[in-house]
Design a protein around this ligand. Sequence first.
Ligand SMILES: *[C@@H]1O[C@H](CO)[C@@H](O)[C@H](O)[C@H]1NC(C)=O
Ligand SMILES: *[C@@H]1O[C@H](CO)[C@@H](O)[C@H](O)[C@H]1NC(C)=O
Ligand SMILES: *[C@@H]1O[C@H](CO)[C@@H](O)[C@H](O)[C@H]1NC(C)=O
Ligand SMILES: *[C@@H]1O[C@H](CO)[C@@H](O)[C@H](O)[C@H]1NC(C)=O
Length: 497
Amino acid sequence: MMVKSCCSMCLCLVLLHILLCFLPTQSAPESAIVTQVPGFSGSLPSKHYAGYVTVDESHGRNLYYYFVESESKPSEDPVVLWLNGGPGCSSFDGFVYEHGPFNFEAAKTKGDLPTLHVNPYSWSKVSSIIYLDSPAGVGFSYSENLTDYFTGDTKTATDSHTFLLKWFELYPEFRSNPFFIAGESYAGVYVPTLAYEVVKGIDAGVEPKLNFKGYMVGNGVTDDQFDGNALVPFVHGMGIISDDLFEEVNRECNGNFYNPTSDNCSSKLSKVDELVDELNIYNILEPCYHGTEAEKITESYIKMPSSFRKLGETERPFPVRKRMFGRAWPLRAPVRDGIVPTWPQLLKASPPCTDDVVATTWLNNEAVRTAIHAAQKSLVSSWELCTDRLSFDHDTGSMIKYHKNLTSKGYRALIFSGDHDMCVPFTGSQAWTRSMGYKIVDEWRPWSSNGQVAGYTQGYDKNFTFLTVKGSGHTVPEYKPREALDFYTRFLAGLPI
Ligand SMILES: *[C@@H]1O[C@H](CO)[C@@H](O)[C@H](O)[C@H]1NC(C)=O
Ligand SMILES: *[C@@H]1O[C@H](CO)[C@@H](O)[C@H](O)[C@H]1NC(C)=O
Ligand SMILES: *[C@@H]1O[C@H](CO)[C@@H](O)[C@H](O)[C@H]1NC(C)=O
Ligand SMILES: *[C@@H]1O[C@H](CO)[C@@H](O)[C@H](O)[C@H]1NC(C)=O
């Protein structure tokens, strides 16, 4: 009996297997196709898909994605998952402001739809990209059980892994493409923790097998000590604090700026805080946005020395944002184990995010929401760049152990850093990448884009690379779109940068 049922089971499996093998290859769900997007005239530069993947049936927990096929060779080009940080921020940040297929031109009249133009530096020029709103509660992702909004690193990583497995079931034609994971800011935690889940799955033979090759992190949160100690040397090197204060703060704090242990150290750190207070923390070259009059910005911008203006210049045709609340934790509240406060939570109110108007206007327009398959307003009310709906627990500690594990197993990693970001300064990323102790195989050197020095890079053993982007703020592809597409293309292709 036992034997018989077992064998008939085998037979069934064999038949099923044969059946599956000879069925025409299933492909992307028709219902997910995005045929047009309001604000853009003409046909889309490549195929776009959008929709939900349920990661927990019993809770009704659904993650939203927007998938942009490569504009080059979608059947061969890598597939990249993109994640913005926060925690609590939507990956439409990347889509609208950074490396998405369109540049968004704000309407002259408030409330009107922006006009969309083709972005010549879209990352979809060389790869297909999945923009994922993660975890549930962020952007257009939601759960019908609100207890899911108490979440953290571990749950976010396992949900995103479930998402990926189901996504590749829905889009089997992309299973054999090289697959990468990328993100910035708090995604410095999302990316390695998710990559670790993915690799555990691959090693355990979980199907579908993901063709995972490596990952990228930009200005990423990594380790509370390295990140916490990064600010003082950064502001000293940038000429923001005096040599005297630098010497004093070093003396009083003994190089430990992240966890002051004496009043004298704290008082020196307060002096540092006062000096950086009025700067734009996401790009010290950009003016800090104080009001709504555009003139104010223009004026202060022009007052900057011309060499500074040159350094901060971008090839993006529309103004980059002057203030970006919510995309990383504030300066004086470094990420530590436990609950990570979001900007809105810290400020006790949603600050007026004037500069996120373009994304907010577009993504809350009924016609746009319908076109991109976002849930009804009854399920997901307004789209917000960053939400304060979550209670988010940083429960995975330092990321260095994840980077060691992943790179030891042969996965490639690029750690990049806009060198004028004061939120997650390059000094921290440079220090922790060096601390991995890997042999230097490509000694610190300039790298170039369009015939100019675009930044510096140091290559380590195990395909582990650190790279700076000169003159860029926190969100590299927003400030330096051409340079970003260049290093991105070279990294994906496995070429030296
Ligand atoms: C929501 O999830 C929690 C935790 O799993 C469970 O205890 C609760 O019953 C769920 N609520 C509903 C309405 O299903
Ligand atoms: C703190 O600073 C004060 C004033 O400079 C000095 O008198 C005192 O000795 C310092 N305390 C310590 C513990 O270094
Ligand atoms: C990486 O993590 C896995 C799973 O925890 C573990 O089995 C493996 O030994 C680790 N590998 C390295 C090189 O640290
Ligand atoms: C680096 O990556 C390339 C391309 O994937 C691979 O051929 C090479 O063996 C890797 N090198 C090391 C040291 O892992």
